[in-house]
Design a protein around this ligand. Structure first.
Ligand code: BGP
Length: 462
């Protein structure tokens, strides 16, 4: 096979996952409840086909078999998250020995298979008791989180060298406090800003703890879902709208994490609309002193923006959408199942932006993927022939490769995800895996894309 797109030596090939989406065993071995367990108990109707987070892919019991399969797919790295409510039920207090044992076994099994573990500390799964204390609106919860982070570094930092404080921290802000797709289903811009701000502070405190922990050769970072904001046109009104979307959804986390400060324009916007959060005087220093070493970027879709067409109803709550309209570009390529646009060049634009505006910091694609419904219809001779996924990945990789050729500091590419897993309120509607999961039997079968990525990883290119 001739290799047209070769990636740098040591490139990270693998996938990402999260505790709530794969572990299952949601009430076993002393795990506390998190907001997903709780919300599902209260309102199962909010979840596709009424499927909740109790079993998911049962990684808690099947991690050995799964790690073996990862090896078979050519993974040299794998990101998973620790469940805060499993490690420290209730969020503060006694550490659960059984959880320590489980995460130790997973880490050791990965290392035994030459797969480097990357750990995320928080992937949308707030312990219920912490939510009842106010969730990210509360500084007490921020401190509890930084203590949890410190405990994780101490327990696992001898073997785990890549750490991420948060996965997509803007999503719980959007889902939980603006657009009603995460618990606690609040719609309130002021509270959303406080949640976003306190999450950034929690992140910086965890980075501070990491630095104190002196983990040898360790790197600390954050995973952000960057959605490049493309204006409909060069009309100044469209440009202004797209810039606001970029400030609110990308730079609100990217700038404090990488540059150690908020963009001036964002602060002005927040002030102008009386949305300023409560801050503490040492916060500024904290941010400045705790920039990340490594950035993870989740990229699924771009954001297309146009200037607002109509005046918002003055009686309805202030929303980010008061400042822009989403633009449906004619001819855009869609993933109709997830309702997300597929725009491969976005990954290159992100790379160039990081190179030119964020000091060319070391980064990797921490998630990219395509969720497809009813994949069973593509089964031929017993396996899913997901050529659309192979095309999706290779088209993104070509753009990433171009970025690397042009000097972008990209270290790897992880897919969402290893195996079809539980997707929050979408449950098992859209399937993302290299491996098919039979929900009834828990049987695992590698899809065509799994064999394809194995070759890509082996050849370090395609
Ligand atoms: C990202 C999350 C993942 C994952 C993925 C796919 O935003 O980090 O947790 O779920 O998106 O999205 P979804 O599951 O909503 O289809």
């Amino acid at each position: 096979m001739t290799i047209k797109y070769r990636f740098p030596e040591g490139f990270w090939w693998g996938s990402a996952s999260s505790a709530a989406q794969m572990e299952g065993a949601s009430r076993e071995d002393g795990k506390g409840l998190n907001i997903w367990d709780h919300w599902y108990e209260k309102e199962p109707n909010r979840f596709f086909d009424g499927v909740g987070p109790d079993t998911t892919t049962d990684f808690y019991h099947r991690y050995k078999e799964d790690i073996k399969m990862m090896k078979e797919l050519g993974h040299n790295s794998f990101r998973f998250s620790i469940s805060w409510s499993r490690l420290i039920p209730g969020g503060v207090g006694k550490v659960n020995e059984k959880a320590i044992d489980f995460y130790n076994k997973v880490i050791n099994e990965l290392l035994k298979n030459n797969i480097e573990p990357f750990i995320t500390l928080f992937h949308f799964d707030m312990p219920l008791e912490m939510q009842q204390k106010g969730g990210w609106e509360s500084r007490e919860v921020v401190d509890a989180y930084s203590n949890y982070a410190k405990i994780c570094f101490r327990l696992f930092g001898d073997r785990v060298k890549k750490w991420f404080t948060f996965n997509e921290p803007v999503v719980p802000v959007e889902g939980g406090y603006l657009y009603d797709f995460h618990y606690p289903n609040v719609v309130d811009f002021n509270r959303a800003v406080q949640v976003a701000y306190n999450t950034v502070i929690a992140h910086a405190k965890a980075v501070e703890e990491f630095k104190k922990s002196n983990i040898k050769d360790g790197k600390i970072g954050i995973i952000l879902n960057l959605t490049p904001s493309y204006p409909r046109s060069n009309n100044p009104a469209d440009l202004k709208a797209a810039n606001i979307a970029d400030l609110l959804f990308n730079r609100s986390f990217l700038d404090p994490a990488v540059r150690g400060e908020y963009p001036y324009e964002l602060v002005e916007l927040i002030k102008k609309h009386n949305l300023m959060p409560k801050v503490e005087k040492e916060d500024k220093e904290l941010l400045k002193n705790n920039k990340i070493d490594l950035l993870g970027v989740n990229y699924y879709q771009p954001r297309r923006i146009k200037a607002k067409a109509c005046m918002p109803n003055p009686e309805s709550p202030l929303m980010p959408d008061n400042f822009f309209d989403n633009y449906e570009m004619p001819g855009r390529k869609m993933n109709p199942y997830r309702g997300w646009e597929i725009y491969e060049k976005g990954i290159y634009d992100i790379a160039i932006n990081i190179r030119d505006n964020y000091g060319n910091i070391e980064w990797y694609v921490s998630e990219n993927g395509m969720g497809v419904q009813n994949e069973e219809r593509f089964i031929r001779n017993g396996r899913i022939e997901d050529d659309y996924r192979i095309e999706f990945i290779s088209e993104h990789l070509k753009w990433l490769h171009k970025g690397i050729q042009e000097g972008c500091n990209v270290k790897g590419y992880h897919m969402w995800t290893f195996i079809d897993n539980w997707s929050w309120t979408n449950a098992y509607k859209n399937r993302y895996g290299f491996v098919q999961l039979d929900l009834k039997t828990q049987e695992r079968i590698i899809k065509k894309s799994g064999y394809w990525i194995k070759e890509v990883s082996k050849n370090n290119g395609f």
